[in-house]
Ligand binder design. Structure first.
Ligand SMILES: NC(=O)N[C@@H](CC(=O)O)C(=O)O
Length: 421
């Protein structure tokens, strides 16, 4: 196995030092024979961990595969991603989660951890085989019907009770379906002006409020996907203050983009939950800083051209995000390296119970890390993305930070900003 000496790198913004990688771990001692990487001006972060990625395989390999999504992830600085269950067939059995897990291992670019569906076929009627998925080779600990809300409160309660036995998590897509029928964008001034049916903030907030009460009642773990409103932040703040076992994520796009973009009628801005207002953005940023929101998760949602380049009303919701997440977060938070490492690596690994990721870059730890050039600026070109889909809202936008290298257990997956395989 090749050893690497990463010279003059700044660990989380500290004074430059050398980092030695030997036999897949961070090492000390002689660097003899090691390949030298000049990392002057680069910052080392623990490899990023994404708790919310759509990889589309099985079923929509025209939009993404486990391999193309893994490559996009590595290029974005990730060493582990959690694959959502809304594939076709749905990942609601041990067979499908094992297939995704195996495909991830074969690709070998990031650790791919499947998320299992909560209900059979994401239909919200009957619990899926949570136990069988948990005891499968994929070792599933997080379950989600993402794309759909587990709307039935009794089913949600049963799911929370079921996973409590093995300290599992229900990750909820918080959307009261009766309040969002026909919804096309955030309900507010802009939707009124455009005459598009609105998706009101309360549809998210009402489900989060209900679910934190259910999680509290059961004593189980709830994770809230893609929090998008200021009101949701307040519900979470109160729940956390009471000691409810709830964690929450925000996407990079909800930290940066507003509902005004819908006025272009360009479906690249259509996403679920929808882009909200500047007031929501400011509340989400503050919540990310003070920890009411635990992590940034991409909700990387690749879609084939025909599903995106059509009329707004017919377009599928979702944006790709793996390759732009860190630059967007950098543009929002600035060079707050420790906070970024916490929200994009350590906390997601801790929440998921994922060992070997999100660890400090100290001797003996697995060499899962990424090197970033914070001084570089990049104009996002959709044609350059490794993802099989091109639906990025940042085309033509200049973002700070370039991911120069990523290492998975000491093997480079990205070098000089390019995927190694
Ligand atoms: N986030 C999105 O806008 N899309 C997700 C699912 C969903 O949450 O609708 C997708 O799978 O495409």
């Amino acid at each position: 196995m090749t050893s690497y000496l990463i010279k003059g790198v700044s660990l989380l913004g500290a004074a430059p030092a050398d980092l030695l990688i030997k036999d897949g771990v961070i090492a000390t001692g002689s660097a003899e024979g090691a390949e030298v990487i000049d990392a002057t001006g680069l910052v080392a972060l623990p490899g990023l961990v994404d708790l919310h990625t759509h990889l589309r395989e099985p079923g929509r390999e025209d939009a993404e595969t486990v391999e193309t999504g893994s490559r996009a992830a590595a290029l974005g600085g990730y060493t582990a991603v959690f694959a959502m269950a809304n594939t076709s067939p749905v990942a609601d059995t041990a067979g499908v989660v094992e297939q995704v897990w195996r495909l991830g291992r074969e690709a070998g670019l990031v650790d791919v951890q499947p998320i299992g569906a909560v209900t059979v076929g994401l239909a919200g009627k009957q619990l899926a085989e949570l136990g069988a998925m948990a005891t499968s080779a994929a070792n599933v600990r997080i379950f989600s019907d993402d794309g759909h809300c587990v709307a039935d409160p009794r089913l949600m309660r049963r799911a929370l009770e079921y996973v409590k036995a093995f300290d599992g998590i229900i990750a909820q897509h918080a959307e009261e379906p009766r309040l969002t029928e026909g919804a096309q964008m955030h309900e507010g001034e802009v939707s009124t002006r455009l005459g598009l049916t609105g998706w009101p903030a309360v549809a998210e907030e009402a489900i989060i409020a209900r679910d934190v009460l259910l999680a509290e009642h059961v004593g189980s773990r709830l994770h809230v996907c893609h929090v998008s409103t200021a009101g949701s932040v307040e519900v979470l703040r109160q729940a956390k203050a009471r000691g409810v076992r709830v964690t929450a994520e925000v996407t990079p796009h909800h930290l940066l983009l507003t509902d005004e973009l819908a006025a272009s009628y360009d479906p690249v801005y259509k996403v679920n939950p929808p882009l909200r207002t500047q007031k929501d953005i400011l509340a989400l940023r503050q919540a990310l800083v003070d920890g009411v929101i635990d992590i940034v998760a991409t909700d990387h949602a690749p879609h084939a051209v025909e599903d995106k380049e059509c009329e707004w009303a017919y377009a599928r919701p979702g944006m790709v995000g793996l390759e732009t997440a860190l630059p967007v977060v950098l543009s929002v938070l600035g060079e707050e390296w420790d906070l970024i490492a916490e929200r994009m690596s350590r906390a997601p690994a801790r929440i998921a119970g994922l060992t070997g990721h999100g660890t400090d870059l100290t001797a003996g730890q697995p060499a899962n890390l990424t090197l970033v050039d914070p001084s570089a600026r990049r104009v996002v070109d959709p044609a350059e993305l490794a993802s099989r889909s091109r639906n990025t809202p940042y085309a033509g936008t200049t973002l700070p930070g370039r991911i120069v290298a990523t290492f998975l257990r000491g093997e480079p997956t990205v070098l000089d900003g390019k995927a190694v395989k």
